[in-house]
Design a protein around this ligand. Structure first.
Ligand code: SAM
Length: 249
């Protein structure tokens, strides 16, 4: 994507070259309160979505895992325990504030031996070809400026036979749920952001970026266009969230 071409930042149209900076502003702003806001906004359900993701990823002892847009490290923590001392997890995120919160959290819970922290953009992953058995990106892809380039970059660093799991907000599967969800995310979310984190704007971006993200079938098609095979998705919470999976041939 050319840096002058137009993309979106929530409902706002911005130049592609400006989006990363705007997204960075959001995550620098929310980093300190990210975990508590996640629990409050989802009623703790994000933990179930993430647990499901780990089970679907099925990490095995000794495997190499990349958790892109890993933020405060929820998935990395569980992967680290599952791959054991002979395995390795890279927690990669573009944002230094999110990475710092994640690293402190994992160190404080005594998890350190098999994790590396890397500041990296999902579009331009700084790893060798064919490096990882499994890659995850949880609630990260919708923030990336060029999702197609990011998917190609993930495919490049996956080992043949390796799997990618994309956990992301998606399209609710019933009109009633969509209406309820709209009310919640456009009214209540920014209010919670204002009261708890003194930051209504970031939480408005969250709601808007979810609406701009491709729906289930579109994202599956994008993964196939990037070169992933055996792609599938599973809806959770009525399609509020979907877990996409694909493999490198
Ligand atoms: C909503 S948080 C998700 C964090 C974590 N994966 C989780 O599920 O709790 C989104 C993360 O994506 C990161 N991010 C945004 N754009 C990115 C990019 N282009 N490359 C890598 N990470 C990115 C942000 O810095 C942020 O930490």
């Amino acid at each position: 994507m050319d840096k002058d071409s137009i993309t979106h930042f929530g409902f706002e149209n911005v130049k592609a070259g400006e989006k990363a900076e705007r997204v960075a502003g959001v995550f620098h702003s929310v980093a300190a309160k990210y975990d508590i806001m996640n629990d409050l906004m989802s009623g703790g359900v994000h933990r179930l979505w993430k647990r499901f993701t780990i089970e679907a990823a099925a990490p095995r002892t000794g495997q190499q895992i990349l958790d892109i847009a890993g933020g405060t490290g929820d998935l990395t923590k569980q992967f680290s325990q599952r791959v054991g001392p002979t395995g390795h997890v890279v927690l990669a995120d573009i944002n230094s504030s999110m990475l710092n919160v994640g690293r402190d959290k994992l160190l404080n819970s005594g998890i350190a031996h098999n994790i590396t922290y890397t500041q990296a953009d999902a579009q331009f992953l700084p790893f060798e070809d064919n490096s990882f058995d499994c890659i995850t990106i949880a609630f990260g892809l919708r923030n990336v400026t060029d999702k197609d380039i990011a998917l190609q970059s993930m495919l490049r660093v996956l080992k043949p036979g390796g799997r990618l799991l994309v956990l992301e907000f998606s399209k609710p599967q019933s009109q009633a749920l969509e209406t309820l969800y709209d009310q919640y995310s456009f009214k209540l979310l920014p209010l919670m952001g204002k009261v708890i984190a003194n930051d209504a704007e970031s939480y408005r971006y969250l709601a808007e970026s979810i609406r701009k993200h491709p729906d289930q079938e579109t994202l599956k098609g994008m993964m196939e266009t990037a070169g992933f095979v055996n792609t599938s998705f599973t809806n959770m919470t009525g399609g509020v969230v979907a877990l996409h999976k694909g493999f490198k041939a």
